[in-house]
Write a protein that binds this ligand. Structure first.
Ligand code: CP
Ligand code: NVA
Length: 315
């Protein structure tokens, strides 16, 4: 059996592995120097078909903090659009790289890259999932609630998308009670509801879809939002603004929530669409810490993928 472990979606790790990855991320935050030679001599490809600030820079920083060399790859510099198949491309890249992180338009491309199983493929965001983001989100929640995850109530408001899919999967795996609040027209597709149901059936967690924002935020420990129009959906921007206008995270909506509700956003933010500036900058916001947590969680996934025998020493 192949020992290569891909991280294409949240459920590619078990709940206990997810917890171990978070533990290692905390160890990296506490003492990054301890890990500085763990991936010495290795090369990690960072392939981007879409723009990125956080994923690009945190993954570069993760490589250099672990002793690995990051190699930036842009879609227009490779040959995939000229007919070289992703499976052949990755078989060649495996002669140069130990791991490939890829941000792509279509999840299908990640599946193609993963098929030969020659190096671990890590999803840096696709149309369906953003599992690296969800790990940073869980670490942020863990820190905000003094080491607790189980039983916390998280409400995600807005478009159901790659970020909410991963948050629902990773969150229910970690024992959160997740409410997705979106307009009926933007509800999650059946396949993702089934995937989440499969996870939440086996855990003490819970997932529901709600369409009323005030009901959804009442009692929420965490209120989370993301852009209304994701990369690649720009043609739908004006219709989405109409559908989502009542789903903005603003102080009026939060007056229906608990006073100490933690506010989160994966970034980049579009002010006065999904969130207002005052809420973003409020004492309840953990948004900047959340973005910072992309570094240790990405580094922990690189270690999990490439250094598994010794990984457990740090858990
Ligand atoms: N949250 C996130 O993935 O940000 P970037 O698009 O800047 O990488
Ligand atoms: N849902 C957003 C997330 C950006 C990090 C997008 O896909 O554009």
């Amino acid at each position: 059996m192949s020992r290569v472990r891909h991280f294409l979606k949240d459920t590619d790790v078990s709940a206990s592995e997810q917890f171990d990855i978070l533990k290692v991320a905390r160890a990296i935050k506490r003492n990054r120097g301890q890990f500085s030679e763990t991936l010495l001599g290795m090369s990690i490809g960072l392939f981007f078909e879409k723009p990125s600030l956080r994923t690009r820079v945190s993954s570069h920083t993760a490589c250099s903090s672990l002793g690995a060399t990051p190699i930036s790859l842009r879609a227009d510099e490779l040959h995939f659009h000229r007919g070289e198949t992703p499976q052949d491309g990755i078989r060649v890249l495996a002669g140069y790289l130990e791991l490939l992180l890829a941000r792509v338009y279509s999840h299908k491309l990640l599946v193609e890259l993963a098929k030969p199983s020659v190096v671990p493929i890590v999803n840096g965001l696709c149309d369906l999932y953003h599992p690296l983001q969800a790990l940073a989100d869980l670490l942020t929640i863990y820190e905000a609630f003094n080491g607790r995850l189980k039983g916390l109530r998280l409400t995600y408001l807005g478009d159901s998308n790659n970020v909410s899919n991963s948050l629902a999967l990773a969150g229910t795996m970690a024992g959160l009670q997740v409410t997705l609040c979106c307009p009926k027209e933007l509800s999650p597709e059946d396949y993702i509801l089934k995937e989440i149901a499969n996870v939440s059936l086996t855990k003490d967690s819970f997932f529901r879809v709600e369409h009323d924002p005030k009901k959804a935020v009442a009692n929420a420990d965490i209120v989370y939002t993301d852009v209304w129009t994701s990369m690649g959906e720009e043609e739908e921007e004006s219709s989405r603004k109409i559908l989502l206008k009542d789903y903005q995270v603003n102080s009026e909506l939060l007056s229906s929530a608990k006073r100490d509700t933690v506010v989160m956003h994966c970034l980049p933010a579009h002010f006065n669409e999904e969130i207002t500036r005052d809420v973003f900058d409020s004492p309840n916001s953990r948004i900047i810490e959340q973005a910072h947590n992309r570094f240790p969680t990405t580094a922990a996934i690189f270690l999990f993928s490439l250094w598994r025998e010794r990984f457990m020493e740090f858990t």
